[in-house]
Design a protein around this ligand. Sequence first.
Ligand SMILES: Nc1ncnc2c1ncn2[C@@H]1O[C@H](COP(=O)(O)OP(=O)(O)OP(=O)(O)O)[C@@H](O)[C@H]1O
Ligand SMILES: [Mg+2]
Length: 331
Amino acid sequence: MTIIVCPNCSRKHRADTGKVTAKKKFIVRCKACEHKFLINLEHEEEQKPTPAAAATTPAQATPAAPKNTRKICVSLSKGGVGKTTTAVNLSAGLAMAGYKVLLIDTDTQGQSSFVLGKKPPAGLTELLTGELTAKETIFEARPNLDILGGGRSLAGVKRVIDKKSFGAEWTLSEAMADIDGAYDYVIIDTSPGWDQLTVNVLFYATEILTPVALEVMALHGLAEFTKNLHAIKRYKPIDLNYIVPTFLDDRVEQPKNIYRKLQDLYGDKVCTPVRYDEQLARSPSHGQTIFEFVPDGVGAADYAALVRRIAGNKGVLLGEQFDQGAVVPSF
Ligand SMILES: Nc1ncnc2c1ncn2[C@@H]1O[C@H](COP(=O)(O)OP(=O)(O)OP(=O)(O)O)[C@@H](O)[C@H]1O
Ligand SMILES: [Mg+2]
């Protein structure tokens, strides 16, 4: 039997936590005041966290001095273009290169956590509704890489944001104000489509990275996204900074033509393409990044190139196993 004290109304509750769940961390709701909060039984049992449990250890995200954080959202309204794959592997690569990274999942599908093999008990929903603090919602996923998870509950948050009379578009920025200075990079994975949460992300982010699948409708999707972006630009400076061509199959002519067209239209913003690689599609079901799953493959080489491009550091992730046996494509 455990006594749980509600941090909001101080009401004490008796709970047989052993019966409630086999997990050591979970969210409960106070019967008296309805406040939701995180219970962590690991500390009570004075257990040393195992590597797996480290995934659900609240991150210690309090720096001595705020960093000059780059906030990069990975966005395109079109679905299935490689946003989550890019957000996760870019975050993981930057973390491996020694940068302190926070990955925010703003998608109701909650796939970023899944790809990293984690199931955080709380995330962006609880942070945006103010039910939990940043410390209770951000979890360490890998060394240097923390995650603020998304998921189905974000649908409710969208309704809350929609109902706000003033400043709805700044909700995410306000929630992150005391947190993001702890990180070199905040990478934000976004959902397909365009809604209040997308607008919030674009008001929060300082840079945009857009994955574009090299297929027939690629340029159409990009043009539509750019058109929507114009509305945001009236209120804050933001632009497409990086265009990452994805699903390149260099045995076929058409993707190469689309890639060249992208270069004509967007010049230097177009990054080295990410090739079609089955291992990129397989790694999520193993809960591994591509650098962990097949470090010497095509996908790792292409994402290592992207990490170097973003970090502006040509030495990053070089000379390690990630570039072996894989030639980064160039045209
Ligand atoms: N370069 C690649 N080669 C092969 N498969 C890939 C590649 N990039 C991503 N995939 C796979 O394609 C699918 C779609 O990718 P992903 O989930 O990253 O797209 P998304 O833009 O985030 O989709 P959504 O809009 O639904 O969020 C996934 O199954 C992913 O594993
Ligand atoms: Mg996605």
